[in-house]
Design a protein around this ligand. Structure first.
Ligand code: RI2
Length: 325
């Protein structure tokens, strides 16, 4: 993906027919990206695994599907939606297996759990859009970063309810996912302007609200999202512009309650500089972290499908999530 490639606008898809290895590769190579999309793809791959399994021994089936879950979880390290999605589906599988259910019953339970996860994930966008959209005022100019379907849902809702908003999209180097967001919103009829990431402070006095997505929310309410989000949040905070993070509840990170930190993915140098440039200057080092951490004091609210919470209440969502897993 580069700024010169045609823009492939991502869609909010339901259950798709994809095997575990292909889903793993597509997520790892970012051919499918976005925290919600990769979680749904992983759930779809687990359903596909069940549909195509020829194994007749229930213990062997259980081992194989757990291994598939492990593989899918490892495709990308930061977006906690991926392990949460896999774990939510496999929690049903485990429960059924431990109850001594037949192989057919374990399979049915797993398929139902995968379909439910995808359905609930898509449903969450509507609720997040509705709740978040209410916090956007008539005539607001709203800035966003990267390509978050949850944030886009908020922006579409505000547009559709006739608030006459204007939207500014940070282009989001190095993969320019902001161009996708701009294209999606422009196709929806919104007034959209793209700016380069380093122009945020220059334009902040024209901005009324900021809205972004989430790859992970920690127990202290800190937000892990696309690189540049913490910079946007700091600039917004300085200018007294409120930042709303849009995050389905499966993007909250249970392990942070027990002391773990969110690992930050670092990707290849060729996403930042061309191969030719890197070959010409082999002594130049390139760093390419994909996410950063926004402290809770720079976040106004987090909008989830269960309602809007202040960052300080993240632990309540995490406690509920732990009960599901
Ligand atoms: P939705 C993306 O990561 C962005 O950081 C975005 O804000 C987040 O996932 C959430 O996206 P990447 O996969 O789930 O593009 O709201 O690296 O679509």
């Amino acid at each position: 993906m580069s700024k010169s490639e045609p823009i492939n606008i991502p869609t909010v898809s339901g259950v798709v027919d994809i095997d575990v290895d292909t889903a793993y590769t597509q997520i790892k190579d970012m051919r499918i990206h976005g925290a919600g999309r990769i979680a749904r793809l992983a759930a779809s791959a687990l359903k596909n695994f069940v549909d195509n399994s020829k194994v007749s021994d229930r213990d062997q089936f259980f081992k194989n599907i757990m291994d598939s879950g492990e593989k899918l979880r490892s495709a990308r390290p930061t977006a906690v939606s991926l392990p949460n999605g896999v774990n939510i589906v496999l929690a049903s599988t485990k429960k059924s297996y431990n109850l001594g259910d037949s192989l057919d019953d374990i399979k049915e339970v797993t398929i139902n759990a995968a379909e439910k996860f995808v359905h609930d994930s898509l449903d969450a966008y509507n609720k997040i859009g509705e709740y978040g959209g209410k916090r956007i005022r008539n005539g607001d100019t709203v800035i966003t970063i990267c390509n978050s379907e949850a944030a886009i849902s908020v922006l579409k809702n505000a547009h559709d309810t006739g608030k006459g908003i204007k939207i500014v999209c940070c282009e989001t180097r190095p993969l320019f996912q902001g161009h996708k967001t701009a294209a999606t919103l422009a196709k929806h009829g919104c007034d959209v302007t793209i700016i380069i990431d380093s122009a945020v402070r220059k334009f902040i006095d024209k901005i009324d609200r900021a809205v972004c997505g989430a790859d992970a929310v920690a127990v202290n309410g800190a937000l892990v999202n696309k690189i540049g989000t913490s910079q946007l949040a700091a600039i917004a905070h300085e200018a007294r512009v409120k930042l709303m993070a849009a995050a389905e509840t499966y993007k909250f990170y249970p392990d942070t309650m027990f002391g773990e930190l969110t690992p930050i993915e670092e990707r290849d140098a060729t996403e930042v500089c061309s191969e030719e440039y890197l070959k010409t200057y082999p002594n130049i080092k390139v760093r390419n972290p994909v996410f950063d951490v926004t402290p809770p004091e720079n976040i106004d609210v987090i909008v989830t499908e269960k309602g809007i919470i202040p960052p300080a209440n993240a632990s309540l969502i995490i406690k509920e999530l732990i009960e599901l897993l």
